[in-house]
Design a protein around this ligand. Structure first.
Ligand SMILES: Cc1ncc(COP(=O)(O)O)c(C=O)c1O
Length: 393
């Protein structure tokens, strides 16, 4: 399909200090590694975003700015059109980034030593935010059943019942396992959390990227009162470095407290480029995002087809996100040996499964938001390495 967008273009990301391709991540000697770690895309942004930013640049004055009038309406229209979530404008707060909102929520709505539930394997920064804010990580691991992950509701009920458990960090869709949580699962989670007065902080940064047949359900459409939603166009539009995010809080008192904390921390400046990039994304980005999801789906097809011919590695079928969860447990390697195999033999810089919790041992997270050519070469290298070093093929 010719969408008019060229996701096959090979863009030199070394021309800027792109973290995914940077020596900090890849090491100094490993320029030939497949950069499959940091969660952004190798694609150029939607032309509408680029021209809006160019126009802003051409204006030439970059003094203090308010939020442009069109931004919040554009965001509201986006979520209503794409996700059937009607967000009341007054419940939306700007935030520097999603992780900042998680940290503010933890420090405001739980006390030192309180427990915050996470469902590993899960995005590693959740653990750090909780610990660095002096809270306890309460682990309710997902259950891997028939090659798919599910929430452990019995475990959740028990852990949520502890009076020192105050909060749950929900990852919806779930990084790294790619689940797009269905309404019934979210309803069960909502019921348990509400019963035990556990506040749900929903990180929904990956919500826009779902594969055919799977639909993202914003948690706030289930329990708006008992939730703080953290949303952002950073992943969907590949604008993580020039973007800010939004926190949606329906509960008035909680929202006021959040706003007061933002004032206390003086996180109330607006970046001109973030504003125009986000507004262009939400106003004019539909066709680009649809095309990007198509392209990523094509990459997923390629991975499926290649892995079908290989032993020693299996794919946990994703429902959304551009992050794949590869299961290498059949190889029987220790986590360190698996890392060494991927890095030194397959020449992959994937993210170590253990970073997402002990449940990630034997797994690796692989970012497929790259050109199909790069992915194809990486898969060839993996096949060769499995045949050469593990006697598999
Ligand atoms: C689940 C999840 N939340 C948050 C982030 C980071 O968001 P931000 O850059 O807005 O803090 C990431 C980035 O990989 C992510 O995967």
């Amino acid at each position: 399909m010719n969408t008019g967008f060229n996701f096959d273009a090979k863009i030199n990301r070394h021309a800027v200090p792109a973290l995914k391709w940077h020596k900090m991540v890849l090491g100094t000697k490993d320029s030939e590694l497949f950069p499959a770690g940091v969660a952004d895309m190798d694609f150029r942004v939607a032309p509408q975003i680029q021209s809006a930013m160019q126009e802003r640049l051409d204006h030439g004055v970059f003094g203090y700015e308010a939020v442009p009038e069109g931004l919040i309406p554009a965001l509201v229209a986006w979520f209503e059109t794409r996700h059937r979530w009607k967000i009341a404008s007054e419940t939306i707060l700007r935030a520097p980034n999603v992780l900042d909102s998680l940290a503010v929520a933890a420090s405001l709505f739980s006390g030192p030593g309180d427990g915050i539930i996470v469902q590993p394997p899960v995005f590693f920064d959740f653990f750090d935010i909780i610990s660095e804010n002096g809270r306890r990580v309460i682990r309710n691991p997902l259950i891997l059943k028939n090659a798919q992950y599910e929430m452990d509701f019995d475990g959740l009920e028990t852990l949520a019942a502890d009076p020192s458990t105050r909060m749950l960090f929900l990852c919806n869709p779930h990084n790294p396992v790619g689940r797009v949580w269905q309404r019934d699962a979210l309803e069960r989670l909502a019921t348990i959390c509400r019963r035990h007065d556990v506040l749900v902080v929903a990180d929904e940064i990956h919500g826009d990227i779902t594969f055919s047949g799977h639909e993202y359900t914003p948690f706030a459409t289930i329990d708006p009162k008992n939730c703080i939603s953290c949303i952002s166009p950073a992943k969907s539009f590949n604008i993580a470095s020039c973007c800010s995010s939004f926190t949606v809080i329906a509960d008035k008192e909680r929202r006021r407290a959040f706003q007061a904390e933002n004032s206390r921390l003086t996180v109330n400046k607006n970046n001109a480029f973030a504003s125009v990039a986000m507004m262009a994304a939400y106003r004019e980005g539909h066709a680009w995002l649809d095309a990007a999801i198509d392209y990523i789906s094509g990459n997923l097809e390629l991975v499926r087809a290649r892995l079908a011919d290989l032993s020693g590695v299996r794919l946990i079928e994703p429902e959304g996100t551009f992050l794949l969860w590869f299961d290498f447990r059949e190889l029987g390697l220790t986590p360190d040996d698996l890392d060494a195999f991927l890095r030194n033999q397959a020449k992959w810089a994937a993210t170590r499964g253990l970073s997402f919790g002990p449940e990630g041992a034997g797994f690796a997270r692989v970012n497929i938001a790259c050109t199909r050519a790069a992915l194809g070469q990486a898969l060839d290298r993996l096949a060769d390495a499995l045949a050469r070093d593990c006697g598999l093929g």
